[in-house]
Design a protein around this ligand. Sequence first.
Ligand code: ADP
Ligand code: ZN
Ligand code: ZN
Length: 817
Amino acid sequence: MAYFIDVILPIPLEKLFTYSISETEASFLKPGMRVAVPFGKSKVYTALVYTIHQQAPEVYEAKEIQQILDEEPIITKRQLTHWEWIASYYMASLGEVFRSAIPSAFLLESETIISRTENKEFDETLLKDDEFLIVEALQHQSLLKIQEISSIVEKKNVLPLLTRLIEKQIIQVHEEIYEQYKPKLVRYVKLHTKYANEENLQHLLDSLNRAKKQREVVLHLFSLSASIKKPITVKELTQKSGGSSTVIKTLIEKEILEEYYIQQDRIEYEGAETEDSKKLNSYQEEAYKTIKESFDNQDVCLLYGITSSGKTEVYVKLIEELIETGKQVLYLLPEIALTTQLIDRLQYYFGDKVSVYHSKYSVHERVEVWNNVLANKAKAQIVIGARSSLLLPFSNLGLIIVDEEHETSFKQFDPAPRYHARDAAIVLAKIHRGKVVLGSATPSVESYYNAKANKYALATITRRYGDVLLPDMELVDIKEKHRKKRMNGHFSDRLLEEIEETLGNKEQVILFQNRRGYAPIIECNVCGHSPQCPNCDVSLTYHQYKNQLRCHYCSHHIAMQLQCLACGSHELDTKGFGTQQIEEELKELFPNVKVGRMDLDTTRGKYGYQKIITAFEQQEIQILVGTQMLTKGLDFRNVNLVGIMNADSMLNFPDFRAYERSFQLIQQVAGRAGRTQKRGKVIVQTYNPYHQILQQVSMGDYESMFTDQLNDRRQFKYPPFYRLIKITLKHKEYNRVNESAAWLAKSLRNNFGEHVLGPEFPPVARIRNLYLKNILLKIPKQQSLPKTKEIITRIKTTFLSISEYRSVRIIIDVDTI
Ligand code: ADP
Ligand code: ZN
Ligand code: ZN
């Protein structure tokens, strides 16, 4: 009797591949286990067992597997069902889903490079001989390829050996490891709440009459608190009062002073004296009830609650209740919204039941979370993570929360599978018979539409927590300001006035500059030339900090030019402006104020992002300048002014979502202002103050925005009325892209007629030396989606059989954003 397995290989193969196994292996193997298999001439891959059967493949002879890598399946049935849905819906291969789902340590293959785990103590005498050889080799050479390891141990199949070493955490798959950042805890002091009222305070001061030094410290603290609004550090108090740290210690012991750490304060809420701080207010309670009731007959509920309305607390209640039942919870967030602020807050409630899963974590941490989820351990009962955490081995998922559901970054861009995490979450919940809450202060047009059409339930919170007013928004016409010479660089007089006032009140400022379309470029005043990237069709952007011109698409860079490359003139001008330029201008305008900047440049690498957030929280920075990253669920207590430097760059973006996104972006950034009692202020600078979207934003009129956008979408055939599939062709030869795209568009038109748009070059038509051309397919609701995809696949197969087109890459993006 011959036995076979069909396996999923982690490559874009359309079909499963068959290998032969022995009878013993057949009785041991289960779907979801990994095996090492040979592929092609000399490759070895980690593959996933899909089925075990006795059907020999017809067109090729099945090779034998090399080794079984697991004792038990590492993926679950439900997970596989979900992966299959993703593969089929987003027109990707199962192998591509497998590859993007699994931590790289699970995916050893011939190209893998390994290195030693740092600072890992272990007993060398416990190592097996072959293990010892590897450890020793890694002392001489920090990185080893699988092939090198093969020759060191004189064995062809080394994957089991490596798997062993990885499990012992002695080696790791080499990749950039991000260290976890633990912000330093700063010690603060305040007067004990007992002395909040004046009478008690007077008593206290009287009683301290004899303890001069202690009295001095208390008085200083009292006057400091009155003059500076920000929390007072122990260090400051020691300096200002001249009291020693022993005096402060005594005061703390006597419960006259209270010490606290800023992080605890953050999760303890304003006014720590409310012990039942977790109690929902009536608006939250109402929303919570609506969600709960909706779950009786619906699977998805949209929670539309304005910024700072306390959505997180509602999620917390839902989670609390759900974990009682022993089920798992997934809390999904856009990658950049995964801040320690939120993680801390959840850990504060749920302790070590919370596991975090995202790409900035090391492989070992990811493997650990994976295994904990797989084993359904209490430790990983609540997973908080970015997009990819959807692909974890859940076995009993009861609730998925998709926070900031409107975020377009939930859509995977590259590589395949190009899935939308929100939509894939809804499918995943269905597989587990679980529920979904989509949360946002500015729901996506699609989700709100679904809610209105009763496809989803709807819960709303229309008030901010503590009845804090939404910030007051003022539109400033910078065209007029320019005309009247009331601009100072990129700052209008109004914005400057407000900044001064805010700083004067010892409050903080956030300035937002949209990343898109406003990177500074160099232009020659004489001939108009601006330096271009040789690999991409874009101008190089100026980076002051490094004094370089860089390409944002491929990282090509040259030194900043002093002369025009085309005509030799010295008259070079910078056009456009970015966060850097604003930062520079601020330094001139407010030389004594600490300015911080948060954008891709400053947050790259080790805990860059967290560092800036912490510095801002701890009020070491007064003005924070940043891009999109600033919008994401950050809760800063002392920010009272938000300035939007230029609203037009977002509005002018050529994209059917540009208006919706502008509304969301401005509303979200504005939501960072005035989250405490005092009403915040938002200044929006624009050339177009009468633009319909800006009017709607300034009134906070989501409904009108929604109605307008929905009408546009209906009229111009966009989602939610039509589905979109974008097909991109890529090749290094311009002509070949052109011709093949024309062929493809024509074939599509033969089937779909007027619903095919293009081919068209995108705004940046060449990236990394490859020309791009797009075709957009619009699919009306009544047209079958599976059929449509079938036709596309068929056309693609024919396309690739044409020899001149074979080398053209085709990228299919279903539900393109
Ligand atoms: P959202 O996510 O809707 O923007 P948050 O959940 O961040 O709002 O809440 C805004 C602020 O209000 C937070 O600082 C939070 O600590 C506080 N808050 C919300 N709900 C409560 C509650 N029930 N009790 C005490 N504080 C709350
Ligand atoms: Zn020139
Ligand atoms: Zn480039």
